[in-house]
Design a protein around this ligand. Structure first.
Ligand code: MTE
Length: 315
């Protein structure tokens, strides 16, 4: 079916909100000395939810080899289609109620469970990891994320031997997310990976950034991050994580499989059908740098794919 749906990431740069005009609302309110009682409901919850000890100890195991992106750039240029298709969704995203929040972990597991977000934070050992984050649109950033290894969470529910994939489902809150009115998108936002990818040491569940509770626009209160894959694999504001023997079909794959496949591993030599992936623009400095295969994480992940070269690993 040749339906051509415009995506935010195809917007010309001139239509994106200029970064210097965009205020980080939370930072602005904080610096204005406003108390929690004066914040909009979503913001009050996000601030009140800072129960996790942050900043968590920083891991030096995965040096990103690049400067950390300025916080303001990383938090005002986001893809979160549930709130709209442009990059400036950090304002409407503040309406996301991040507490109370539960995430169900179910499917092919011995001990399915619904975690209250605050209980989950107490159960997991948090650390900070500074990872590269490469969007399929050919921009990238480096972010100090706070979180825990996905494998730590999976150990809680004990995957069964038949489980081959992990499916990630994002929240779809009709009253809060104006993007859901765009009914041609097959909501909710779904993504997935293999059980081996989920077990990899790099696969990270994110609850914070820049030493603070994760801002709504980055996928609060819980998102996943696979630093060697294009960013669209990293579902935000997760409500359900399901182990399954069926390969999950992501939202973008469901719309345009030829452009956004299941694997979506970073590779400068495999172009997107409509643009090159050879280089990327660093958010913040605006510098263009060569893209690196597996986004620079080959040492940790290349081995996952040794038997899979017939798959479309890089689309
Ligand atoms: N998750 C949800 N639920 N909705 C989205 O629109 N966009 C994806 C991914 N996760 C998206 C999502 C895309 S295309 C990218 S590049 C990253 O989130 C962007 O993450 P960031 O805004 O924190 O940089």
């Amino acid at each position: 079916m040749a339906i051509r749906i415009p995506r935010g990431w195809e917007l010309p740069e001139r239509l994106a909100t200029p970064e210097h005009l965009v205020l980080n609302r939370r930072a602005a309110l904080a610096s204005a000395g406003l108390g929690l009682g004066l914040l909009a409901p979503g913001m009050a919850q996000a601030q009140g939810a800072a129960l996790a000890p942050m900043p968590a100890p920083r891991s030096t195991k995965y040096p990103p080899g690049r400067e950390v992106t300025p916080e303001r750039d990383a938090t005002t240029y986001n893809n979160f289609y549930e709130f709209g298709t442009d990059k400036g969704i950090h304002r409407p995203a503040q309406a996301l109620p991040t507490r109370p929040w539960t995430v169900k972990v179910d499917g092919m597991v011995e001990a399915p469970r619904e975690f209250d977000m605050d209980d989950l934070l107490k159960l997991m050992t948090l650390e900070e990891r500074v990872y590269r984050h490469r969007c399929v649109e050919a921009w990238s950033m480096v972010v100090p994320w706070t979180g825990f290894q996905l494998s730590q969470l999976l150990a809680q529910v004990k995957p069964l031997s038949g489980a081959k994939y992990v499916r990630f489902e994002s929240a779809a809150l009709r009253g809060v997310m104006p993007g859901l009115r765009q009914s041609w998108y097959p909501w909710p936002y779904i993504e997935g990976c293999t059980i081996e990818e989920a077990a990899n040491e790099l696969s990270f569940m994110v609850v914070g950034a820049y030493g603070k509770t994760l801002p709504a626009q980055m996928g609060a209160p819980l998102r996943v991050h696979f630093p060697w894959k294009y960013g669209f694999k990293a579902g935000k504001s997760l409500v359900r994580i399901t182990l399954t023997d069926q390969r999950p079909k992501g939202l973008w794959e469901a719309i345009q499989a030829s452009e956004y496949g299941f694997w979506a591993n970073v590779n400068p030599e495999v172009s997107h059908p409509r643009w090159s992936q050879a280089s990327e623009r660093l958010l913040g400095s605006g510098e263009r740098v060569p893209t690196v295969i597996w986004n620079g994480y080959g040492e940790q992940v290349a081995g996952l794919y040794s038997g899979l070269m017939r798959e479309r690993l890089f689309v």
